[in-house]
Design a protein around this ligand. Sequence first.
Ligand code: NAP
Length: 248
Amino acid sequence: MVERLLILGGTAEAAALARAATAAFGDALEVTTSLAGRLPDRPDLPGRLRVGGFGGADGLASFLRAEQIDRLIDATHPFAAVISRHAAEACAQADVPRLVLIRAAWTQQPGDRWIDAGDLGHVAALLPGLARRVFLATGPGGIEAFASVPGVWFLVRVFAPPAEPLPLPDHATIVARPPFTIAGETAMLETHRIEAVVTKNSGGPTEAKLAAARALALPVVMIRRPPAPPGGLVERVEDALAWLARRQ
Ligand code: NAP
């Protein structure tokens, strides 16, 4: 019997899972990947792609029923807490088995100078006493939290050109996508005379900036993750494949 899998995506892991699941299960599994549609381009993935919100948990539950989805894997970003909450509610409503695939968090290495922060507002309050030139690697979402931070110049890295000017008085923008190298990140931090780095604890492959900050002895304001979604959780694509291989 053909099973239908919905992957909630928007991460490198979700794309890797779509490819690996298609390769492993072939015609026995119909894979649909769902993206929020924040970025203009579309990844080249096997299976079907759908783009845009579902309209809350109820909308997602309706989608699961209408599309006769057998299983859902929530492979969204660790900071995408709303869609993960909706996925938990929708799967409960529609009685669809759900697994969370969430990449491991980064942990401090010898030489790191991390400062723990709860959210962007907390970071904004910390910065004036910490640095005058800050590399902001948190993406455009919520950037208005920094709009009135006094005496700080920001270097903001985004994956796509912002649709509107960023609401920061004193800043420069870099549009770039991973992969990033330690040499490249170090050069960027040095060129812009950065004194502190701000990042979410996303985990995963964009850690070159952390190694660069370590090499330059820069403080890193590390925004801690929201609580993980409830239910079964794995950190690696292989473990998600093993879950798919088990009959429900
Ligand atoms: P969010 O705050 O958790 O979700 C906001 C709304 O966006 C959701 O309620 C849902 O709309 C829609 N949505 C989010 N992910 C979706 C998906 N995969 N498919 C369909 N609709 C989705 O999400 P976010 O933090 O803005 O992240 C949006 C997307 O970007 C996610 O796919 C995430 O994996 C990716 N991403 C996020 C970050 C980050 O730092 N947050 C970083 C890298 C990538 P409805 O309520 O209408 O269904």
